[in-house]
Each structure stands twice: as C-alpha cells, then as structure tokens.
Ligand binder design. Structure first.
Ligand code: PFF
Ligand code: NA
Length: 447
C-alpha cells in the first residue's frame, strides 16, 4: 500500500468500506459463535461488548490517528513518530509485532476460509438437504479427518488471496464490499428468523444475554478481550496502515463508531441464528471451531429455500473471509516489498507460500498431528491463542499508550479536532480506561 504514494481514500464511504471489509469476516460468525459457546454464553458476550466499547473503540481511533499522522507503513510510522516525539526507537516494535500477528493469524484463517469454500460448493450440489444432526456431523468430521480435503481447500483459499493481493486490485473490491455488507445483514436476519421457528429461540437469547456471573473467570475475560481485538482487526497495524490513507476531514471517532456497530451487529445476529439450532438439535454449544459448520447446514437442509440460502450464505461468508484475509496478507507483502529487492508479485508469492506452509501445520492438527502440542494446545489452538490473547492486546495496548501519552498534544488535537488533554469522558477513556483495562485483564489472568 505504501507504494501507492499515499493517495487518499476517495471518500469517507470508501474508507468505511475498506475498514469494514477487513473487520467483518470469519471472526464475526465463525469465531464469535464458537467463542461464546466455549466460554459459557452471556457472561462472555457482555464482557465482549464492554471490551468493544471501552477498549476496541479507543484503540481503533488510536491506530487510525497514528496512521494518519505518520503517512507510512506501521513500522516506519512508529519509528518516525517515536523519533519526532523524543521517544525510544523501540516503539517500532509495535509495527513488527503487528506484522507477525497478521502472518500467524492468516495461516489458520485460511484453513477456515477453506472450510467455507468447501461448504459453498457442497451447498451447490445440495449435500445438506434433508440432513439431520448425525449426517451433517459426519460430513464435518469426515472433512476434519481428511488431511487431503483440508489441504485442497486451504490451498484454494490461499491461492485466491495471493492472486488478489499480487494483482494489487484490493481497492477494486470496494463496490463488492458495498453490496456484501447489507446482504450479509439480511441473511443473518433470515437465519435468526429461522431460529425463532425452532422453538428454542428464547433459550438461545437467555444463553447469550442472561449471564450467570459465577461462570466468569479470568480466562473468560481474556477470551472476550481477545475476540474484541480479533474481530475489529486491531493490534496488527492493519488499521494503522489504513489510517495513513485517510483524508484529514474524516472524523475518526464517528467513523470508528460506524465500523464497530456494523461488526458487532453481525456478530450478535450470528449468535441469534446459531444457538437456537444448537439447542433444538441437542448439540453442544462448546463444540469448538466446527460450531457453525455443524449447525447452519442443519438449518439450510431443513428450511424452505434452504439450498439457495445456504449457497448465498457460504458464498458471502467466503467473500467476507477473503476481504479480511487480503488485509492480513498485505502487511507481510508490504514489508517484504519495502525491505528486500523483491517486487510485488514475488513478495506476495513468498509471503503467501510461507503463510500456506504454517496453515498446513494448522490443518494437520485436526488429524494426524492432533497429539502435537505446544504449551498444552494443538497447533491450531496455539496459533489462535497466542495471537488473539497475547500479541493483539499487547500491540493494541502499545498503540493506545503511544497515542495518549507520547504523541505531542498539538498532533492529537489536529487529528481529533479537539483537545484530548481537556477533561472529558473521551480523555479518560483513552488515557486510563482502555490501557488499564487491557493491563488488568492480563494481570488477572496471570494470577
Ligand atoms: N477482523 C477479521 C474478522 O473478524 O474475521 C479478522 C481479521 C482481519 C483480523 C484482519 C485481523 C486483521 F488484521
Ligand atoms: Na470482525
């Protein structure tokens, strides 16, 4: 992106679409629902909502603010801004850990993107129609047990990402994103409507929104915070990179609010679609990463027009996954392009192959390498955990501490349009609530 000589986004709308394209993805539907299920429901959801509002919003603004100030890629931006403010050069570590996190996430993200691609094709040939929870479960487990099948779809998904990034057409996706977002919202509404016909909608609502606070633990809170970072694409320098293309007249706070509301609405609707099916079929909410792949096909297989709706759904999900995956590969490619003699196409290929290889390790952890464990987790869970629960919050914490405490007042005032050092709710949120929130969650979890 830095190679585009820092042209600016054509309009606020274009920027919102790009940011939403990165934010809305597998995290909203696949990861959100399986995390809610694994972490016991409502207590997780409410902590997640608090994290989105109190930590996610200010950090999103901070990343855009630093990016728009710096006008470069995240690593150079952090180095420049640190120097200009008389701070240690080590702040560029934020840029580096962001690139690393994006690289690690894409490896397993592509595996799940592959599942979505596979299910898109399965919908076309009507595989799910009339299925019951046994047959749908067998289909899913059959896929997991077959390294060849997983490899095929992971490779196909990654190939799509590489082709799009190599051709540098990412911005051409704007118009596609523009129609995808409303379509996704409508489809999730239809699915939640189907959930109401199962007779278990009330149970699902209670599961998601009526907390048993006794179930709350440090690890649930950490999982909720990790999900907030993951779903908003925070802590990876990606939003910082996007911010560098943002016109000066765009209001950061209201734009961040728009993107966050869209992302959150889609996630909550996904929960309202998925959990009624879970309860109606006696499935376990704690199913793990397979949750949407063993529930939604049941709905599609048994509702009027389900074959076509299923096809549209998995197509949209795959597309949302692709736009997020593109934003995940971009930092690695950009870094290779700027720091080595490689041209864009070669940089994309090398970056893509490296991600793909790590993805192969992740997919093998569902079958032949299921016993291989790092810190007691299989490779897939290890990658997911280290990024969402460690790298992203730490990098995000760095960005907000830098924006709130290290940048000169005048820069911040120019970016936000008001003086952050005045006493205000926003000031307190950015300087104290958000950073202390992240630190508290870490400390609690360590103890
Ligand atoms: N936010 C995306 C999702 O919810 O699916 C995933 C993601 C994309 C995370 C880009 C991080 C990122 F930089
Ligand atoms: Na998201």
């Amino acid at each position: 992106m830095a190679k585009l000589a820092h042209a600016q986004w054509s309009s606020r709308m274009t920027f919102v679409l790009a940011a939403a394209g990165s934010a809305v993805g597998l995290g909203n539907i696949w990861r959100f629902s399986y995390m809610v299920g694994e972490n016991g429901g409502a207590a997780f959801v409410l902590v997640y909502l608090a994290c989105v509002a109190l930590v996610g919003l200010p950090i999103l603004v901070a990343e855009w603010l630093i990016g728009r100030r710096g006008q470069k890629n995240p690593i150079d931006t952090m180095a420049d801004q640190a120097r200009q403010n008389g701070k240690p050069k080590a702040w560029l570590g934020i840029g580096i850990s962001g690139v690393l996190a994006a690289f690690l996430i894409l490896s397993f993200y592509s595996v799940i993107g592959g599942w979505s691609l596979n299910y898109t094709l399965s919908s076309i040939i009507g595989t799910f129609s009339g299925g019951d929870s046994d047959s749908i479960g067998e289909l899913f487990n059959g896929m997991l047990a077959s390294p060849g099948t997983l490899l095929l779809w992971h490779t196909a998904f990654m190939a799509l990402v590489v082709v799009i990034v190599a051709r540098g057409v990412t911005r051409g996706l704007e118009s596609a994103v523009r129609s995808m977002m409303p379509a996704l919202v409508i489809l999730m509404l239809i699915l939640a409507g189907y959930g109401m016909t199962t007779g278990h909608f009330g149970e699902a609502v209670a599961f998601m929104f009526r907390p048993e606070w006794g179930a709350l633990s440090g690890s649930v809170v950490l999982a909720a915070m990790g999900q907030a970072f993951f779903t908003l694409s925070l802590g990876m320098g990606i939003m910082m990179a996007y911010g560098s293309y943002l016109g000066k007249d765009v209001n950061l706070i209201s734009t961040a609010r728009t993107v966050i509301i869209l992302d959150t609405v889609i996630a909550l609707l996904a929960g309202l679609a998925i959990f009624p099916i879970v309860f109606a079929n006696g499935l376990s909410p704690g199913e793990g990463p397979g949750l949407i792949f063993v529930t939604l096909p049941l709905a599609f297989g048994n509702m009027a027009g389900g074959t076509i709706l299923g096809l549209i759904f998995f197509l949209l999900l795959t597309f949302a996954a692709l736009t997020s995956a593109i934003s995940l590969l971009e930092p690695t490619v950009e870094m290779l392009e700027e720091r080595t003699p490689l041209n864009r196409v070669t940089a994309t290929l090398i970056g893509g192959v490296a991600v793909w290889l790590l993805g192969v390790a992740a997919l093998l952890s569902f079958n032949v390498w299921s016993e291989v464990s790092l810190l007691g987790l299989n490779i897939f869970y290890f990658l997911d955990t280290v990024t969402a629960k460690l790298l992203l919050p730490l990098t995000g914490l760095g960005s907000i501490v830098f924006a709130a405490w290290c940048l000169d007042k005048e820069s911040v005032r120019q970016e936000l349009g008001f003086d952050i050092y005045d006493f205000s709710a926003w000031n307190i949120l950015v300087k104290y609530v958000a950073p202390l929130g992240v630190i508290t969650v870490f400390v609690t979890e360590l103890m």
